[in-house]
Design a protein around this ligand. Sequence first.
Ligand code: DX5
Ligand code: ZN
Length: 219
Amino acid sequence: MIEVSTSILSMKKGEESKTFFGLEKAKTDYFHIDVMDGKFVEKNTYKKMLENSAYIKRISNLPLDVHLMVENIEEAINDFTSVEPNIITFHYEACKNNEEVMKYIKKIKENNCKVGLSIKPETPVEEIYEFLPYTHMCLIMTVEPGKGGQTFLTDMVEKIKELKKYIDEKNIEIDIEVDGGINLTTMESVKNAGANILVAGTAILLAKDYKIIIDEFKK
Ligand code: DX5
Ligand code: ZN
C-alpha cells in the first residue's frame, strides 16, 4: 500500500485553513511538516511549522509526519512533541556520532512517537543500516534538503532499491519514505524501487484538484 504525506512547506500564506481542509478531504495520509532552522539548511521555518502543526492538531485527526532539518535535534524534539506527531524524523548528518543517533531515537520513542531517520542525497545508505532495527521509517531525500519545488535526483532510485533489498533480506519491517521532486512522472520509479510513503509538496499544492494527484500517487 502506498501512502501520501503532503508537505505544506510551499503553502501560500493566508490559505492555511483552506489548504488543510482541502488536503483532508482529498485524503492525504499525513501532513508532512518541514522544520528548518536556518543552520542545517538555509531557510528557517521553525516557528511557522510549530504554529501550523498546532493549528492542524486542533482541526484534524490526521497524523503529523515531522521532518526535522535542524542541527539542534534535542530542542526540536522537545518543541515538536507538544503537537503530538505520529512520527518524528531527524537527519543522520546532523548527529556528531553513532551514540547521538541512538540517543535521539530513544528520546523520540520516550515521547510516544515513531522514529524516522533521514539521509541526504550524498550519504550512502549503508551508513545507517545499524540503526534501522530501532526505527520505524527511513526517509531517503531525493533532492538536497532546503526548499520545495526542486528537481528529483534520478540517482536516488538505486539507493532506494538497495535499501529495499537490505531490509527484505534482514527481515526489517520499516517504511521507506521519499521526499523531494515527487510528481506523477517521478513517482513510478520510486514506487517500483520500494518506497511506500511518498512526500509531495508542489505536485499536490499547485494542482487544481488535490484528490486527483493523491489518488494517482496511491495507485
Ligand atoms: C525539502 C523538503 C521537502 C519538500 C518537498 O527540503 O524536505 O519536503 O518541501 O517539496 P516538493 O514536493 O515540492 O519537492
Ligand atoms: Zn520534507
